[in-house]
Design a protein around this ligand. Structure first.
Ligand SMILES: Cc1cc2nc3c(=O)[nH]c(=O)nc-3n(C[C@H](O)[C@H](O)[C@H](O)COP(=O)(O)O)c2cc1C
Length: 199
């Protein structure tokens, strides 16, 4: 039997713990809005669509920053690197201190991008969808770039972690992610393995 959405069986703590079991990266969503540096840290970022190019993140309806940030023509998304744990906390802290001392640059169209990010995206708001106590913000991607950072910060069970590179071995993936070849060399490696097995 399925529970209806209004059944009060799930207490928020249990739900938070369950959501926290799913690891994610963390991004900075930031822009210069009317000359004011504005941004937050968000772990709800995800890729959505290749054509058109879309990404999304979720923002609490109680956010005091989103009403300002959504006014920006362009928003910068910076994927935080594994040495950015303090940066992440700063970007989630008091608004007036979020960019203090951070190495970042403002692009010609107002996106704010962190210099040491693992990757950057120049975006504009495509659509906002109300989803319970959050808004799902769909962003159109106009440009992507690589930052100076190499390895991403991982957020898991309310704490920060780092990736083990072994986990990214494409040969262990099933060949395809989001409908695209992950790495054709993985297929070649598998074919070689099969040939060796057969021999
Ligand atoms: C690791 C981490 C991830 C976060 N992810 C989100 C998120 O996905 N969505 C969100 O609304 N807030 C998220 N926050 C909280 C925001 O960064 C920020 O603190 C919050 O929006 C409150 O500030 P505001 O009132 O200025 O918006 C996250 C905070 C941390 C530390």
């Amino acid at each position: 039997m399925t529970q209806s959405l209004s059944t009060p069986a799930l207490d928020p703590r249990t739900l938070r713990d369950a959501f926290g079991a799913f690891p994610s990266g963390v991004v900075a969503v930031a822009a210069s809005v009317k000359g004011q540096l504005t941004g937050i840290a968000a772990s709800s970022f995800t890729s959505v669509s290749i054509d058109p190019p879309l990404v999304s993140f979720s923002i609490a309806t109680t956010s005091s920053t989103w009403p300002l940030l959504r006014e920006a023509d362009h928003l910068g998304i910076s994927v935080l690197a594994d040495h950015h744990d303090a940066v992440c906390r700063q970007l989630a802290g008091p608004r007036e201190e979020r960019f203090a001392g951070l190495p970042f640059h403002v692009t010609g169209n107002g996106s704010v991008l962190l210099d040491e990010a693992v990757a950057t995206y120049d975006c504009s708001v495509h659509q906002e969808v109300v989803a319970g106590d959050h808004l799902i913000v769909l962003l159109e991607v106009h440009e992507v770039g690589g930052g100076d950072g190499e390895h991403p910060l991982v957020f898991h069970r309310s704490g920060f972690a780092k990736l083990h590179r072994d986990d990214l071995d494409p040969a262990r993936l099933d060949g395809r992610i989001n409908g695209a070849d992950v790495d054709s060399s993985a297929d070649q490696a598998r074919a070689t393995d099969k040939q060796e097995d057969a021999a």
